[in-house]
Design a binder for this molecule. Structure first.
Ligand code: KG4
Ligand code: ZN
Length: 342
């Protein structure tokens, strides 16, 4: 007989340009984690083209789910619930995952648990850190969001700060394009920065007087563009690696400063990072050092669990499932879903 304590969730993620499915047991044990990335396709256009993303999700989703089940050695009959990202994200992309999840839930009479994408990113930390439990502070930095969140309990979040303009990942992507690195910018800046001098150029660090935990990255992005224009007008050459490293340092400095301020102010002894930008090597190193200095335990998912994946959705769905969250077959994609909304 199946143990009552084992809850296997089939999770689906399709909010942007990754079609992903995973099977996660009890929120923390990943039995499979299949990701079909569309990066190569969108690289041609210098960024994600929503219409292409939706079409590709439709093409891939069944195959990705079949692979996730087969890698886990399971069929749909072994699954206890279906978890799916229903927002925020690209509406057409989200709809593919939501429709698929609803179809499976209906056909196999399984509970349906809609998950907030950011809750998924935060929950990626539970997978490899069995000792991590709320409360803790989490910095979520992705292509669409930069949030400093107090995770009060499973599924209970207080947003302490957010970006006023560009998300951190968006700034990485825009700066990469400006210095000729192309898409996706984050990993390319990360790599080329290793050959550059982070002290070469002093780019601005934005702080908001009235909101110490808010972020703004449009200023540093404009400063990079102005720097390049200035060099071009003077007929001077510039170092791509120095710009990348200096820009990266400016962003990392602010992310670390605000995060540590929050940890201190809220008296937390645990701090986690999440989201695509959390895979940045300079950010990870700086956070490790800052947490050590502040006597705070630092948590981060492996890079593959930082960028979009369905294992993190399975982790989040498990805690939502335990809390009694069940969605009906009228679940819709909500492109601007707020964290904590149900
Ligand atoms: O979390 P994610 O996969 O998707 C969203 O939910 O947005 O984040 C993607 C973002 C992109 O902007 C990408 O450039 C950035 O994360 N990113 C990185 C790195 N890897 C991905 N940024 C900095 N350094 C990296 N190594
Ligand atoms: Zn994401």
């Amino acid at each position: 007989m199946k143990e009552l304590t084992n809850i296997n969730i089939l999770a689906i993620e399709s909010s942007c340009d990754e079609t992903a499915a995973a099977v996660v047991c009890n929120g923390r044990e990943v039995l499979s984690n299949v990701i079909s990335s569309q990066i190569a396709l969108h690289t041609l256009y210098g960024g994600v083209v929503p219409e292409i993303a939706s079409r590709k999700h439709i093409e891939k989703i069944n195959q990705v789910i079949e692979e996730a089940l087969s890698e886990a050695g399971m069929t749909l009959d072994d699954i206890d619930a279906i978890g799916v990202t229903y927002g925020p994200g690209l509406v057409g992309a989200l709809l593919v995952g939501v429709a698929e999840a609803k179809a499976i839930a209906y056909a196999k009479k399984k509970p349906l648990v809609g998950v907030h994408h950011i809750e998924g990113h935060i929950s990626a930390n539970y997978i490899e850190h069995p000792d991590l439990e709320p409360p803790f502070i989490c910095l979520v930095a992705s292509g669409g969001h930069t949030h400093l969140v107090c995770v009060k309990d499973y599924g209970q979040y207080e947003i302490l700060g957010r970006t006023r303009d560009d998300a951190a990942g968006e700034a990485f992507d825009k700066v990469a394009r400006a210095i000729g690195l192309g898409y996706p910018g984050g990993p390319k800046i990360d790599k080329v920065s290793k050959e550059g001098n982070p002290e070469a150029i002093s780019f601005p660090h934005a702080h908001m007087e009235d909101a110490p935990f808010d972020f703004s990255f449009s200023g540093v992005k404009s400063a990079v563009l102005n720097y390049i224009n200035g060099c071009q007008m003077k007929g001077e050459s510039y170092s791509q690696a120095d710009i990348a490293a200096s820009f990266q340092k400016a962003v990392v400095d602010v992310l670390v400063e605000h995060s540590m301020k929050a940890v201190e102010m809220y008296g937390m002894n645990r701090f986690a990072i999440a989201g695509g930008v959390a895979s940045n090597s300079a950010l990870r190193a700086a956070m490790v050092a800052a947490c050590e200095k502040q006597g705070v335990k630092f948590y981060s998912p492996s890079p593959i669990l930082c960028t979009d994946n369905a294992a993190m959705i399975g982790a989040a769905a498990y805690y939502e499932y335990l809390a009694g969250t069940r969605h009906g077959l009228d679940l819709n994609a909500v492109p601007n879903l707020k964290l904590g909304e149900r």
